[in-house]
Design a protein around this ligand. Sequence first.
Ligand SMILES: Nc1ncnc2c1ncn2[C@@H]1O[C@H](COP(=O)(O)OP(=O)(O)OP(=O)(O)O)[C@@H](O)[C@H]1O
Length: 542
Amino acid sequence: MISNLNLNKITYIYELPYAERKEFCSIMDMNDKWEELGGYYMKIDTATIFKLSKAPMRNHSSTDELLTLWGEQNHTILELFSILNTMQHYRAMIILKPFVDHKYHKLINQGAKSFGYLVKSETDDSLNNEVDNVIKLNTDNNERRGNNIEREDLNTLGKINEHPSIMFSSAEACTPLITYNELEQATNYWNKENILGKGGFGVVFKGIWRSTTVAIKRLEAQKGAEQQFNILEAQRQQSLRELKYLNSCRHDNILSLYGFSIGGEKPCLVYQYMINGSLEDRLQCRQGTEPLTWNFRFKIATGSARGLQFLHGMDKPLIHGDIKSANILLDQNFEPRIGDFGLAREGPLQEYTHVKVSHVHGTRPYLPDEFLRGKKFSTKVDTYSFGVVLFEIATGQRAYDNLRNHKFLKDHVENNDCPISDMADVKAGPDENNLYASLMTIGKNCVSYKAKDRPEMEQVLRKLDCVMLQEKQSTIRHSCLPTFQNEMPIRKLSILSEPYHSQQWQNVRITPFLYQEALTFLLFLFDKTDNNVMYVWNYINE
Ligand SMILES: Nc1ncnc2c1ncn2[C@@H]1O[C@H](COP(=O)(O)OP(=O)(O)OP(=O)(O)O)[C@@H](O)[C@H]1O
């Protein structure tokens, strides 16, 4: 136990005792609160924040490394306390309470009382101002001491470009750092003919980088000067998330991030090139492309669900937060990959249903009420958005259409003015396996009003896989068996194993072999790794 006498002497971050520091770190590591603390409030540059985000891979705490870094600049516990007050992070303030003067303790009580809607009285303001001044004062001191190297200027990715010296080692970050010049050459100096599309945060170019076709997102603020700072800040946050999450999620249905570039004119992210563009573009047949058939539509729905359930099933569930057809990209085989992780966040731990967020981001027609109004963020937000994507796939209509009676597709489907069967996208051709009905039924379940009534993505995937299994079985019945029957009549069909419910299977192989002198055909359904046989049929020839 530390005596009161000693407590009074503890002023600086680096003096914080081990137990308190550890507890503080575990709180701030949760939901990556440290990132907001470091990136936004302490004005630590993006590259360093990214480096800190890799601390768990080194079995370290990101907050602990942040404290070391900040502590080395002689910042005080009172400054930290003050920042936490601004962040309204009262739980963390309580840990620091013993190390700040009594007069500031009141801030915690005030905060706890009016949590979430802090209304300050005049005296409260003076106290807050006093604490704010502590920060400014210490910053001035540090600058005078030369400890605080241009921190103010380094808080956006754009600005970092002017300071390549602070770049971190790409090996450590696990994502290659690419020079701006390489990307200029890759895109033929940002040739307009190479533009693939434009998003809210930048322009995407096609390029050839290291003999590989890639998609390069060049981040740029496009609005008025007064909004530049906010845009750059939002951009900085989004790029960090992209780098962090896309880099850590490797899955067949998640877009691959090849590298990034800071240090040049504009920050860039380099992705795997998806030749068939976005699902939204393909559903709208933009650039005169052929409409997607029902089988392709279903395959895209299943692949996207598989990618999403992978994110939700990670040790720390990851919520994408911006699932929409524009963020589902298609490769040469129309295999979907989920991209745009700019709004992704870690979800609640198992014992909680949601996390409460301070700001709602995302695309309105894809977002459920509890998130829009209640700011409750959970995996069920992604489930809801995915339901809207299923409606888009099935009907070929846009998630938002100003010309429709019900502008949001979800409302249009639910309050349908015409029979639901008439909403099927006729462009998709004949629907022999009734896939439209399955997509709509699963979609409706996903957009249930109450989050608790919506299925987790794992269940959604299982349902889609079941439909696919039935469809494959009927295809086998219709296409394979008649061929066999023509060649050799089948005496008996016996199922050797029950379906295995991992639902990962995708390949079908037919292996003939002799069994008790009879020609036998085994039908194997393999999973993606080719390791697990999921289902086996035995066809015995007469
Ligand atoms: N990896 C890629 N391969 C091929 N085309 C891509 C790739 N990434 C993006 N695009 C194209 O660029 C367009 C813009 O992508 P971007 O991610 O910037 O914006 P968005 O997702 O449409 O909008 P926002 O980012 O504002 O939500 C996409 O709609 C798509 O057509």
